[in-house]
Design a protein around this ligand. Structure first.
Ligand code: FE
Length: 297
């Protein structure tokens, strides 16, 4: 038995289609970056979305050796592949097919994200979610969710939905956040099926298609592209229809409306706080939890 898809009175349309930029990051990992710095204000509270996907080991094998973060959260959703995470707070985890890793950098984490495979497909997403000013220097937090720990449901139209954050059709996701109320769902639609999701009009929202092609209203959203959804006044949600079997993620959140100052892996509210982050990192005082009394080094 499926859940009946939510009824939407006034739907949102597509404001803009974004085709990603091919970038290299980490030690030379090939990535399709769809949420880039110029869109941070428009898609507040989201700072970045990368889609990695390759069956060429050379595109990912170098991984992301030790690097710092401060001031936001990273959410890694692994569709296919194996990635080992280690961080300065002493956490270690293996992210595999369908698993999610949620990391709150807070005042500082130094971590590595390294492939644990030498061949085959590695595919997934990394999303950066901003923290409100009051939480940017909070204690780091980290959790791995194996595929089976991500709440999921199926609609009577055949949509298979995994709820990573927020809630959809009464199903609460793996992670909840109070201030930004992020929604992060992964939807698989059979050909001809539609899926609707309630969304507060004031929340910034986008979908990213990674298989097939979907439509929002009369706008096509082909694979490897992102559709920014219009914040139509009075709207209460979005309806997505698949012409062919498709998969997409839908992400939405309440904007923080605070200053955003990014310098590489640090995202703070002011230039002074960025200088502080760089200085703390250089002085070995970022991710200091790693080198607590017990470790003694
Ligand atoms: Fe990282």
């Amino acid at each position: 038995m499926g859940i009946t898809s939510e009824k939407i009175g006034t739907v949102r349309g597509v404001e803009r289609i974004i085709h990603g930029q091919a970038v290299m990051d980490g030690a030379g990992v090939k990535i399709n970056r769809v949420l880039t710095q110029p869109l941070q204000r428009r898609l507040d509270p989201f700072l970045m979305l990368d889609n990695f996907g390759s069956d060429e080991a050379n595109d990912y094998i170098a991984g992301f050796p030790d690097h710092p973060h401060r001031g936001f959260e990273t959410v890694t959703y692994m569709l296919t592949g194996r990635m080992r995470h280690r961080d300065s707070a002493g956490n270690e985890g293996l992210l595999t097919n369908g698993g999610v890793q949620w990391m709150t950098a807070g005042r500082g984490v130094i971590h590595s994200e390294m492939p644990e495979q030498e061949a085959g497909l590695m595919e997934g997403f990394q999303l950066w979610l901003n923290l409100p000013a009051k939480d940017k220097m909070r204690k780091p937090w980290y959790k791995d969710f194996q595929a089976g720990e991500i709440p999921s449901f199926e609609t009577d139209a055949g949509a298979k939905v995994r709820v990573i954050a927020g809630s959809s059709h009464g199903v609460a996701g793996a992670v909840q956040r109070e201030v930004t109320e992020p929604l992060y769902i992964d939807v698989e639609l059979p050909a001809g099926a539609s899926f609707s999701q309630l969304l507060p009009a004031g929340h910034n929202a986008f979908i990213y298609t990674y298989r097939g092609e979907v439509k929002v209203g009369d706008k096509a959203v082909p694979a490897r592209s992102m559709a920014i959804l219009a914040n139509t006044a009075g709207s209460d949600g979005v309806t997505v229809t698949a012409g062919e079997a498709s998969r997409f993620i839908l992400i939405a959140g309440k904007p923080l409306n605070e200053p955003i100052v990014q310098y590489g892996p640090f995202v703070m509210n002011s230039q002074e706080e960025i200088f502080q982050a760089v200085n703390d990192f250089r002085a070995g005082q970022l991710g200091e939890e790693a080198h607590g009394a017990a470790a003694g080094q």
